[in-house]
Ligand binder design. Structure first.
Ligand code: HEM
Length: 300
C-alpha cells in the first residue's frame, strides 16, 4: 500500500493547510476524492524540484457518511481537554488537507487544482499558511522537531502496518495561538525551564533538572509495557501580523499516543500541567484519518 506522501514528508519551507466541510452529494465527493492521489502525483511531476507533498485526511465525524464500508480500528473523535482554566477544544472539520513544498507558487497552484476538483461539494472552513522559521524554530524561538523519528522509523511510527487500512495514518491537528509579548517578557532561563531544553544550542536538560511542568517532561511518555510513546510531528509556524503560533500536526499508527500526551499536558503526574500552556492556547482541535492512495482510489 502506498501512503500519501505528506504523512512522512521531510521538513519543507512552506505549507498550506485547508479545512473543508461537505456541502454536496457524498457519492460524488467520494468519486472526486479517489482522484486526489493522481492530483498529488501530477503536481510532483509538474514541479519535480519543489519537494511537493500532499495529504488528505477525513474527519472522524465525516468518515461514516463517506466510507460506510469500514472504519479504521479505534478511530474516535478528538478528545478535548480542560483543566486549570485552560482548554484544548474539539472543533471538527470534514476534511483536512496539508500541502507542502519549498515553493509558495507550487502550493498555490496545487491548492487551486484541489479547489477545482472538489468544487461545489465542499466549503472552505479554514485556510492557513505555514512557514519554516529560521533553523526550524517554533515562534517561541526553540527548535521544534528535534526528537522526531528519523528515516525509516518515521513510517514505523506514523503508518498502520497491516490490515485493510495499511499505509494509513491517524492525524491530529490543532492550531495554537501564542501570547508572544508575555512569552518574550520571560527571562531566558524561565523559557528554557518551560521547554526542558536550552534555547540557542537546543540541548536537552538532564532528566533530574527537568521540571515536572516542562513541555518535554509532560509529553515524553511510556506505554504500560515500558516502550516510548512516539508520534511523528509535522507542525510548522503560522501567522498573520495580528496572530501567530504553531499549526500542530501529529501523524501516528494509533490515536492513543497523541491523546495521552495531550492529557498529560493539561493534567499530568501530581496534577502538574505543561507551563507552555500559560503562553499558548489551542483554538482548534480535530481528529482525522489519512487513508492510503489505494484505499481512496478503490472507493471511487
Ligand atoms: C517536543 C514545542 C505542542 C508533543 C517539543 C519541543 C518543542 C516543542 C520546542 C522540543 C524539541 C523537539 O523535540 O521537537 C511545542 C509547541 C507546542 C507543542 C510550541 C504548542 C504550541 C505539542 C503537543 C504535543 C507535543 C500538542 C502532543 C500532544 C511533543 C513531543 C515532543 C515535543 C512528543 C518530543 C519530546 C521528547 O521526546 O523529547 N515541542 N510543542 N507538542 N513535543 Fe511539542
Amino acid at each position: 500500500m502506498n501512503a500519501q506522501t505528506g504523512i512522512c514528508a521531510e521538513p519543507n519551507l512552506h505549507a498550506l493547510y485547508l479545512m473543508f466541510n461537505r456541502v454536496g452529494d457524498s457519492a460524488e465527493l467520494i468519486r472526486r476524492l479517489a482522484k486526489v492521489p493522481t492530483l498529488w502525483q501530477s503536481v510532483s511531476a509538474d514541479f519535480p524540484d519543489a519537494g511537493f507533498s500532499g495529504l488528505l485526511a477525513v474527519g472522524s465525524e465525516a468518515w461514516d457518511g463517506l466510507y460506510c464500508v469500514a472504519r479504521p480500528p479505534q478511530f474516535r473523535a478528538f478528545m478535548a481537554q480542560e483543566a486549570n482554566g485552560q482548554q484544548a477544544p474539539h472543533t471538527p472539520f470534514d476534511l483536512f488537507v496539508q500541502l507542502r513544498a519549498d515553493r509558495v507558487d507550487v502550493l498555490h497552484h496545487a491548492g487551486q487544482r484541489l479547489m477545482a476538483l472538489l468544487g461545489g461539494l465542499v466549503e472552505l472552513a479554514e485556510e492557513v499558511r505555514g512557514f519554516r522559521n529560521l533553523d526550524c524554530r517554533d515562534l517561541t524561538g526553540f527548535v521544534d522537531g528535534t526528537e522526531n523519528p528519523q528515516d525509516q522509523h518515521r513510517a514505523e511510527v506514523a503508518l498502520l502496518a497491516g490490515g485493510e487500512f495499511a499505509g494509513g495514518s491517524y492525524i491530529h491537528v490543532q492550531r495554537w495561538v501564542h501570547a508572544m509579548s508575555d512569552w518574550e517578557r520571560l527571562a531566558l532561563k524561565e523559557q528554557e525551564d518551560i521547554i526542558g531544553r536550552t534555547k540557542q544550542d537546543n540541548i536537552e536538560y538532564e532528566s533530574a533538572d527537568k521540571p515536572l511542568t516542562a513541555h518535554i517532561k509532560r509529553v515524553n511518555l511510556k506505554t504500560p509495557k515500558g516502550e516510548s510513546m512516539e508520534i511523528l510531528r509535522q507542525s510548522m509556524p503560522w501567522g498573520t501580523m495580528t496572530e501567530q503560533g504553531l499549526y500542530f500536526i501529529s501523524c501516528c499508527r494509533t490515536q492513543a499516543h497523541f491523546n495521552a500526551m495531550l492529557a498529560s499536558m493539561y493534567r499530568g503526574e501530581g496534577n502538574h500541567f505543561d507551563h507552555l500552556l500559560r503562553f499558548t492556547r489551542a483554538v482548534t482541535g480535530a481528529a482525522f484519518f489519512a487513508p492510503s492512495d489505494e484505499f481512496l482510489q478503490s472507493q471511487g
